[in-house]
Design a protein around this ligand. Structure first.
Ligand code: G
Ligand code: G
Ligand code: NA
Ligand code: MN
Length: 256
C-alpha cells in the first residue's frame, strides 16, 4: 500500500528516470546504432533503486500503469526533441507497454496524442509489446497495434519465443521487429537446441518480412553466431548497457 502511494508521487518528486539501451545493426562497415530502448528507473529515497520488474506489476495491479506510461512517453519525447535539435536523434526510441494496457481500447490514440502534445513525432518511436501480451486479447491487441502503425509508430514483438503465437497470428501483426527472448540467447552457440530455435525464428521472421533483434547478447561468440545466422540487430551488455540520458547523449555524439 505504501509503495503504491509512493509510486503515485514518484514522478512529481523527480524520482523516475529513463535509461536507454542501444540497439545495433550489424553492417559490413561496422555496428550502427539504429535505436535505443527506454527503460524506466525508480530511485526511491529509502529503498534505493526499485526495479521495474517489481514496480511495473504493482502499477498494473493498481491502475497506476497509465500515468507511469504517460510519464515515460512525455520524458522520452522531451529527450527525443533534445536529440533532434542536436542532430543526434537515433532512428527509433522504443517504449515498453505492459500487457494490461494492450487490452485497453483507445490506447493507440492516447499514445499518439501524448507524443504530439509533447512536440515530438510518432515516427520517432517504437512500441514494444511482449508476445504474451499480444496473445492475451488478440483482436484488441491487433486493433491497437494497427492504429499505432497507421500513425507511423514502429511495433516490436518483445520476449519472442516464450509465448505460443502461431504463424497465422504473427502474420496478422503489423510489426516490423521481432525481439528474440534472452532465454534463447544465453547459452549460444554451444546449446544445440537453442541454436536451432534461434535459426528457425530468424528464418520464420524473415519470411514474414520482420527484422530480428537478439536481446541479452553478452559474448563475442553469441554475436558471431547471430551475425552468421543473419540476425539483423543486437542488443545486450556486450555492445551497450542501459545508460543514463546524459551518457546516451555522449554515446550518440561520439557516433555521428
Ligand atoms: O531494465 P530492466 O531489467 O530493469 O527491466 C526490467 C523489466 O521492466 C523488463 O521486462 C522491461 O521490459 C520492463 N520495463 C522497463 N521499463 C519499462 C517501462 O517504461 N514500461 C514498462 N511497462 N515496462 C518496462
Ligand atoms: O523485457 P525486456 O526485454 O524489455 O527487458 C529487457 C531487460 O533486459 C532490461 O531490464 C535490461 O536491463 C536487461 N538486459 C539488457 N541487456 C542485457 C544483457 O546483455 N544481459 C542481461 N542479463 N540482461 C540484459
Ligand atoms: Na523491451
Ligand atoms: Mn525482452
Amino acid at each position: 500500500i505504501r509503495l503504491e502511494q509512493e509510486l503515485k508521487l514518484a514522478a512529481e518528486r523527480g524520482q523516475l528516470q529513463l535509461h536507454y539501451q542501444s540497439q545495433f545493426s550489424l553492417t559490413p562497415q561496422g555496428n550502427i546504432i539504429t535505436g535505443v530502448e527506454s527503460l524506466i528507473r525508480w530511485h526511491h529515497p529509502e529503498l534505493g533503486m526499485v526495479s521495474p520488474a517489481e514496480f511495473i506489476p504493482l502499477a498494473e495491479e493498481t491502475g497506476l500503469i497509465r500515468p507511469v506510461t504517460e510519464w515515460v512517453i512525455s520524458e522520452a519525447s522531451r529527450q527525443a526533441i533534445i536529440w533532434e535539435q542536436e542532430s543526434i536523434r537515433p532512428a527509433r526510441i522504443s517504449i515498453n507497454i505492459s500487457a494490461v494496457e494492450l487490452m485497453q481500447q483507445g490506447l493507440a490514440e492516447q499514445i499518439v496524442t501524448h507524443i504530439v502534445n509533447a512536440g515530438a513525432s510518432p515516427d520517432w518511436f517504437e512500441i514494444e509489446v511482449t508476445e504474451t501480451a499480444a496473445m492475451n486479447q488478440p483482436d484488441t491487441a491487433i486493433d491497437i497495434m494497427t492504429s499505432l502503425a497507421a500513425q507511423g509508430i514502429y511495433i516490436a514483438i518483445d520476449d519472442f519465443g516464450t509465448g505460443y503465437s502461431s504463424l497465422a497470428y504473427l502474420k496478422r501483426l503489423p510489426a516490423q521487429h521481432l525481439k528474440i527472448d534472452i532465454a534463447f540467447i544465453r547459452d549460444l552457440p554451444n546449446n544445440a537446441e537453442d541454436a536451432v530455435i534461434v535459426r528457425t525464428i530468424i528464418a520464420m521472421a524473415h519470411s514474414l518480412g520482420l527484422k530480428v533483434v537478439a536481446e541479452g547478447v553478452e559474448t563475442h561468440e553469441q554475436l558471431q553466431f547471430l551475425r552468421q545466422e543473419g540476425c539483423d540487430m543486437i542488443q545486450g551488455y556486450l555492445l551497450g548497457k542501459p545508460l543514463t540520458a546524459e551518457a546516451t547523449s555522449a554515446l550518440l555524439r561520439s557516433r555521428t
